[in-house]
Design a protein around this ligand. Structure first.
Ligand code: ADP
Ligand code: NA
Length: 341
């Protein structure tokens, strides 16, 4: 049995939004109450799979770190670090490139979405992204990965890579005293009412950092007026809220707003509809907007305070990288031994 260990990451690719917070960062904070060691990574190697302006990237790395800390990740309890500062991620990714199969990668839907029509011109890194993600997770032999629903397919690939490595090298793993099974088959923790926050423009596209055209996206650094305006303008249908969750079926915009409310309030869709079933959006939206403002405003204020002192953020990252590397170096030593290096 593997010791429980939690790993997850966020890309420093622009404005963090409500989906990143509810689907990922808020849950990272909650995971800290478990017994397990948690590692939270700013995944800058993933960010450069599409072009990043170097100066902007540097400041976005600090901004994601600030968001982690401002949301409540405690760098004394959790390991908070930046991917590129721990060389074992890239090293293990190469070995996994030789374990993963082309056919597996060809099935990844996120690559197809991100590469778009000009696939020939996408970077090799964008294609191999899920292999690097497997390396991020398995460098620590993480057992649990809290992520949003969009990462489900990538987590399945991580599990496939772990299993194929364990099988391909079974003889060497036992012969060299590395146990019966070297890598855990990681559990994705996808859940809660906001595992997939949709754009407020319409309920059919996910809220995303990279969707530049989405001016309805609620960013973590938005002020109260901006949040209120975006909630007020959120697309809805004309019906009042149903009193049962079943009534949200085929009402993607209503379902999305109720899910967001539930995640912010720490309840379920059922819980929200107990209070708001039968209510018009003219009643529900102001309540949602007040809740979003009261949840996000303190985080935004703390982010501003933290980003004013980049030296402190860099020190947190340096300490985290040293602690992460200690774990990852142990894994890589064993992996090299197993592979025959
Ligand atoms: P993005 O997809 O916005 O570019 P990342 O790829 O850095 O952000 O994802 C960081 C984390 O946020 C991942 O766990 C991802 O699943 C989660 N996430 C991203 N968008 C959403 C969303 N709309 N709803 C819920 N979780 C999300
Ligand atoms: Na994502």
């Amino acid at each position: 049995a593997f010791k429980e260990l939690v790993f997850s990451g966020v890309q420093p690719t622009g404005n963090l939004h409500l989906g990143n917070y509810l689907g990922a960062i808020k849950r990272f904070v909650e995971m800290q109450d478990r017994e397990a060691q948690c590692l939270y990574c700013v995944v800058d190697l993933h960010a450069i799979t599409v072009w990043q302006d170097p100066a902007a990237l540097r400041s976005q790395i600090r901004e994601v770190t600030a968001a982690f800390l401002a949301a409540g990740i405690d760098p004394a309890r959790s390991i908070v670090f930046n991917q590129s500062q721990v060389p074992q991620h890239a090293e293990l990714a190469w070995i996994f490139n030789c374990v993963a199969r082309l056919g597996w990668l060809n099935r990844m839907t996120q690559f197809k979405e991100k590469a778009g029509k000009d696939r020939e011109n996408a970077s090799i890194g964008l294609y191999a992204y899920p292999v690097l993600m497997a390396a991020d997770i398995l460098a620590y032999r993480a057992t649990h990965v809290p992520v949003g629903e969009d990462q489900k397919q990538h987590l399945e690939l991580t599990r496939d890579i772990a299993q194929k490595f364990n099988t391909d090298f079974a003889g060497s793993i036992t012969a060299h005293g590395h146990g019966e099974v070297f890598f855990p088959v990681t559990e994705p923790l996808i859940g809660g009412p906001a595992a997939r926050v949709m754009s407020l423009r319409d309920g059919t596209k996910k809220m995303s950092k990279s969707d530049a055209s989405d001016n309805a996206r609620i960013n973590l650094t938005d002020d109260a007026d901006a949040i209120a305006q975006k909630v007020r303008r959120a697309k809805t249908d004309p019906e009042p809220l149903p009193s049962e969750v079943a009534g949200l079926k085929d009402r993607p915009e209503a379902d999305n707003l109720v899910g967001i409310y539930a995640a912010l309030a720490g309840t379920t869709r059922e819980g929200v509809l107990r209070d708001f079933g039968g209510a018009q959006f003219s009643t529900f939206k102001p309540a949602l907007s007040d809740l979003a403002v009261s949840s996000l405003a303190p985080i935004a204020a703390e982010m501003r305070r933290l980003t004013a002192d980049p030296g402190h953020i860099d020190a947190v990252l340096a300490d985290g990288a040293a602690r992460a590397e200690q774990i990852a170096a142990g894994t890589l030593d064993a992996v090299k031994d197993i592979v025959g290096f």
